[in-house]
Design a protein around this ligand. Sequence first.
Ligand code: ZN
Length: 568
Amino acid sequence: MEYIAFALKYRPQNFEEVIGQEHVVVSIKNAILKKHIHHAYLFSGPRGTGKTSLARIFAKALNCESENAPVISPCGKCVSCVEIAKGTSLDIIEIDGASNRGIDEIRTLRENVKLSPAHARYKVYIIDEVHMLTQEAFNALLKTLEEPPAHVKFIFATTHPHKVIPTILSRCQKFQFSLIPLEKIVDKLKSITKIEGVKITDNLLYAISRASGGSIRDAESLLDQLVPVIVEKGSIEDIFSFLGIIDEDTLGKMAGFIINKDLQSALDFVDRVVKDGKDLSIFVNALIEYLRNFLLAKVSVKTFKALTDISTQSKESILKVSASITLSQVLKIIDLLIEAKELSHRLNTVRIPLELALVKFILPQESEYKKTAEKISNLSVDKNNPSSKEIKTEIKLSDSDIKLEGDFNMDEDDSSVKKTPLQQEHQAENKTEDDCLLLNEVKAKWQEIITNMQKVRVAISSHLSLSEPLSSSANIIKIGFSNKDYFHKEIVETAKNVKFIEDLISKILNKKIGVKFVLSDKIASKTIDISQSNGASTQSAADSSGQPNEFINELMDTFGGQFHTEDE
Ligand SMILES: [Zn+2]
């Protein structure tokens, strides 16, 4: 037997079977009952929401022979109903606006419109994607619409009503189709699988429905692709990767790592998603949607139950897990992921922004570091506190011997102890004279270094502007980033960038200089001021010619990305 696609096989055949467009169905039925049927209708709305299906049902209702006038329940048995269902009726003319968009086609239509219906009560023209018609075709169509013969009805369908000329729009009764609610799609799919005798989990039905984005046709064709796989393999995991859908279990696992602040597992998981060949941007979108459930759960259980569109099983698990996270934390991670999404458009990579968001959320924040550091710092200057004895000894030593050196001094920026200005002074004295001179020289010329760098590599200078020179030893300058800016440190730390920075500093100082980057809690986190780092004027991502500007070029240079404009 010939295989019939679900979308075709389970296409609604009467008004009652239409899902998600009740407002349109009610109006059309009323028009039929009141015998107040317009000459032309415009059905507009997203693809796959039932516009042409409803147009055919309407055509059936207009022509059904069960009564002497249009009916609201076409019989489905008379010649007219059967022919329309089969698509063989001579009086129902379906035209695809996309492929018959020229004036010749519309001229032919104008000629044919004049002829009486072959068999039926009305000649019904269904023009799909009517917005695709050319201007001349629209004008020709308009003439027909101005004086339509009594036996002709037009039903136009379009996904882009704003592209239909106003003079046509004004002659139509307009109906706006909506995206179909998830639950209704799930119900429809359930009834199909029941009839087909296919066993399928709710979890998967919800996933398919979500992936269809409110289009029943898309949902049905996804199911179409799936059923043979289910029958053959039966494994859920295969099916999800087959469809490129992220299933709730995967999302639940990832959310668990985030909530438990398990950075290692979260990053490993991202790696696995990439290696599994899943699209990371779909993953991020799905994750944001999934975390939205936690947001609703934190607002109220009632809101959560009313507004989430996931399976009952996932609902229960989310309610349980949401106890371990605060509302502000949920808001924060969602914000960070949205930020990552936006950044990913600019950088043409999803992975780095996603990892950045995870690290930012999971790693302890700078303020927490500060609190700890301050506690220790207070301890060290408290002379009455016996526990600070050791540190005081060290201070004395450094007081007495200006040449004292060693690890104790060199690693000061790696320690978690926040030094007082006095202590810093002492440390400066601990270095050799050359080291001191070099550090002072670098500090004095730091702004000059950054400014010079801006002229060649804007992005690197932006990252570096967050750092400060900390110390120097044997012509190696230690440059510190705040703990929070570890990401910027990682970027400047690549071999290529280090060489560039070293060369530039060496040139400015006129001597061979090495650099080493460290994280230090002595440095406050700053924000990159793009306008400043770009020179005097603020620039947008692309200049008026649509070309990426220098800053973006630099970003791409840093991340190895490509530039895409919104239209691409
Ligand atoms: Zn009939």
